[in-house]
Design a protein around this ligand. Structure first.
Ligand code: ZN
Length: 184
């Protein structure tokens, strides 16, 4: 009996520890603001990623994106009179890269609960929006150092905003210093 209970308790403790390295807000608008690469915290017992066999291997933080995402969420809440959903990872990218498929995101089983907790929070927010509003907007905040004073709108050369572009007939605009880029 004990052998059955102990793994369950260990799993619950891991989930609890993982949730402490996230900030999540329940939203009242069909908007999710997320930041996976702004974290500054070490994950106890989880080794730094080695990158073996991983393409696009990066361990560098997207500086200040967690702070930017939270400020943006607050401002959106003030402006619209209701809070958006917020999902922030506080763990450092060198331990878990939440913006990668699981196989490329971490090296050890001890990291899995942290990766899963981030994606579970995003999935729960998406599901609530789907049920209540049908569809919504995900603003996934990243950093870039390629071009100064420029905001790239969309990733994977515009693939991630294809529906938005179609719906609002958006085009890349040099005037607005907004462009379509591949996120690294
Ligand atoms: Zn990023």
């Amino acid at each position: 009996m004990l052998a059955v209970i102990l793994p369950a308790l260990a799993g619950a403790q891991a989930n609890n520890a993982a949730s402490h390295l996230l900030t999540t807000w329940m939203g009242m608008l069909p908007i999710i603001i997320a930041a996976s690469h702004g974290g500054r915290q070490k994950i106890p017992g989880v080794p730094v990623r080695s990158g073996t066999g991983v393409s696009q291997f990066i361990t560098e933080r997207d500086s200040n994106t967690a702070e930017l995402a939270e400020t943006l969420a607050s401002k959106v809440g003030d402006r619209l009179g209701a809070r958006p959903f917020l999902v922030l990872a506080h763990f450092e990218r060198k331990y878990v890269d939440a913006n990668r498929p699981a196989a490329a995101a971490y090296d050890s089983a001890a990291a899995k609960p942290y990766y899963d907790a981030y994606h579970r929070a995003l999935a729960e927010a998406s599901e609530r929006i789907r049920l209540q509003w049908g569809s919504g907007l995900l603003l996934d905040i990243h950093g870039q150092g390629a071009v100064a004073d420029t905001i790239f709108r969309g990733t994977n050369n515009g693939k991630s905003v294809a529906a938005l572009r179609q719906r609002f007939a958006l085009k890349p605009s040099a005037d607005l210093k907004v462009s379509w880029r591949r996120c690294r």
